[in-house]
Design a protein around this ligand. Structure first.
Ligand SMILES: [Zn+2]
Length: 113
């Protein structure tokens, strides 16, 4: 079926564009996520284990779809609310929050592209 064939090609093109975007992005190390950050982040996630959790233990639903849905999901990422690329402070607790991977990806697609 021709429509199906075209659709598959479109999906392949989307994949290729995503791969190009990933290649163009600096590495985690180049973006400032070094060994010290990884230790800091692990400690942050132990004390702020919920998706949407802020420095003071409150849960914000601004960037957490989990919190918006009323779900307490385990956080996997220490997120800079304002990214370092946009001048956000790396270790300022007021600029940090915990997110699950899905919410972190969503935030990057919505706010940092
Ligand atoms: Zn989440």
């Amino acid at each position: 079926m021709p429509w199906r064939a075209r659709n598959h090609r479109a999906e392949a093109e989307v994949k290729t564009r995503e791969q190009q975007r990933q290649r163009a992005r600096p590495t985690a190390q180049q973006r400032g996520y070094d060994y010290v950050w990884s230790l800091f982040s692990q400690r942050w996630l132990r004390t702020h284990p919920i998706c949407g959790e802020q420095y003071d233990g409150t849960i914000s639903d601004q960037y957490s779809a989990c919190a918006r849905a009323g779900v307490l999901a385990p956080a996997e990422v220490t997120d800079h609310i304002l990214s370092m690329a946009k001048g956000g402070e790396k270790y300022d607790p007021h600029n940090l929050q915990s997110l699950c991977r899905a919410c972190n990806s969503l935030k990057m697609r919505q706010y940092e592209s």
